[in-house]
Design a protein around this ligand. Structure first.
Ligand code: GDP
Ligand code: MG
Length: 178
């Protein structure tokens, strides 16, 4: 057809070790490899959704430093992103706090408040070690008008695929409104 290829830039956010790279690699390769270097990188995958070719660019970010500013999203990242996946680990309470901080930073930034954000509660396979209830995650998402998914990057590809597709849909819906 005569349709142009659409680009969608997705920024992965969340504390260190929550599974940002695991989710990214799952989406790109369908696999879980268990060990991921601390490499900050942008990956691309082209998909056909509703008959349209969409180039999905994924920025797998790193927030490894310790200290007050450790989880600050850079202006460059904020400018780049069309949508964000904000990840926390259901076993790690402080990663939920980081998610909250980053969400506040996004909402305070010059980015229009309608920038789509999907909150992902990862590692749902580790139920016995759960420290953040599903309810808390869902309420946060509801109050901030974000999408919400509980997934396990370790266990399933399908749930991870749904997260990325939901965000791509939200970005396209938002563009259609402009
Ligand atoms: P990042 O720092 O946010 O990129 O986190 P990584 O993707 O490197 O994951 C951190 C650790 O958690 C790694 O050892 C992963 O294998 C592990 N991990 C990631 N996702 C899951 C999950 O869904 N379940 C379990 N059990 N472990 C996970
Ligand atoms: Mg990583």
């Amino acid at each position: 057809g005569n349709q142009q290829r659409v680009e969608v830039n997705i920024l992965l956010l969340g504390a260190h070790n929550v599974g940002k790279s695991a989710l990214t690699v799952r989406f790109l390769t369908r696999r879980f490899i268990g060990e991921y270097g601390d490499i900050e990188s942008v990956y691309s995958r082209v998909e056909t959704i509703d008959g349209q070719e969409i180039c999905i660019n994924i920025w797998d970010s790193q927030f490894t430093q310790v200290g007050e500013k450790s989880c600050c999203i850079s202006d460059k990242q904020l400018q780049w992103a069309d949508g964000m996946i904000l990840v926390y680990d259901i076993c790690n309470r402080s990663s939920f706090d980081v998610a909250l901080q980053q969400l506040q930073q996004i909402r305070r930034s010059r980015k229009p408040s309608s920038v789509p954000v999907v909150i992902v509660a990862n590692k749902r396979d580790l139920q016995r070690h759960r420290n953040v209830s599903s309810e808390e995650g869902r309420l946060l998402a509801l109050s901030q008008r974000c999408g919400f998914f509980e997934v396990s990057a370790a266990e399933t590809y399908h749930g991870v695929l749904l997260v990325f597709h939901r965000l791509v849909d939200l970005v396209r819906e938002r563009r259609a409104l402009r």
